[in-house]
Design a protein around this ligand. Structure first.
Ligand code: ZN
Length: 186
């Protein structure tokens, strides 16, 4: 009998290999096509079932851009706090690296070019940004940008937990970082 953990790994591997197959056959454009659409639908249903977010199947655009572009977008104010890693990019001493960004106006999720969706951590980034998309299209109101992050990180942590992982291990986000990232500061 297959354990639950193995079952999940197999599921993720199956999806990723479908992606690779299509991507190899059809090039980068395939990232926007069928497997991605199905994945986004799955994430919407999961978020709706687990966190009560209004399900909306008008999916966001996905753009794969260099990491420096994501950092630029963040500093333009698209996102106050986004999933970050302990990795420090060149030229930004002491700063944490912004992994991904969601733009409310264009309904676009920006993911780094190296994103493959092959790991629980990669997929958790998508889960995080899909929370922002559903918050946006659902017209949910927040007192401050950080408040939007509470559910985004909660969902990301729950997703990682299904694979025996967590925010600290995969993103070096500890309790204190999480607290200051998700509380309104006045
Ligand atoms: Zn966020």
């Amino acid at each position: 009998m297959m354990s639950r953990r193995q079952g999940r790994d197999k599921l993720a591997g199956g999806w990723a290999s479908t992606w690779r197959h299509v991507a190899q056959r059809r090039g980068r454009a395939a990232k926007q096509e069928m497997p991605m659409h199905a994945l986004l639908t799955t994430v919407v249903l999961w978020l709706s079932a687990n966190f009560g977010l209004p399900a909306n199947h008008d999916h966001p655009l996905l753009k794969f851009v260099p990491e420096r572009k994501i950092v630029e977008l963040r500093y333009k104010g698209l996102a106050a706090w986004e999933p970050q890693t302990g990795a420090v990019p060149a030229g930004l001493p002491g700063q944490r690296l912004t992994v991904s960004v969601y733009d409310d106006v264009t309904k676009t999720i920006y993911l780094p070019e190296g994103w493959t969706g092959d790991t629980p951590a990669d997929l958790s980034i998508l889960v995080h940004e899909m929370v922002h998309h559903l918050q946006n299209v659902g017209k949910l109101k927040f007192e401050c940008p950080q408040e939007r992050e509470q559910l985004a990180y909660k969902a990301q942590e729950k997703w990682l937990g299904m694979f025996g992982r967590d925010l600290l291990r995969d993103f070096e986000i500890d309790g204190f970082t999480l607290l200051v990232s998700t509380k309104c500061m006045y």
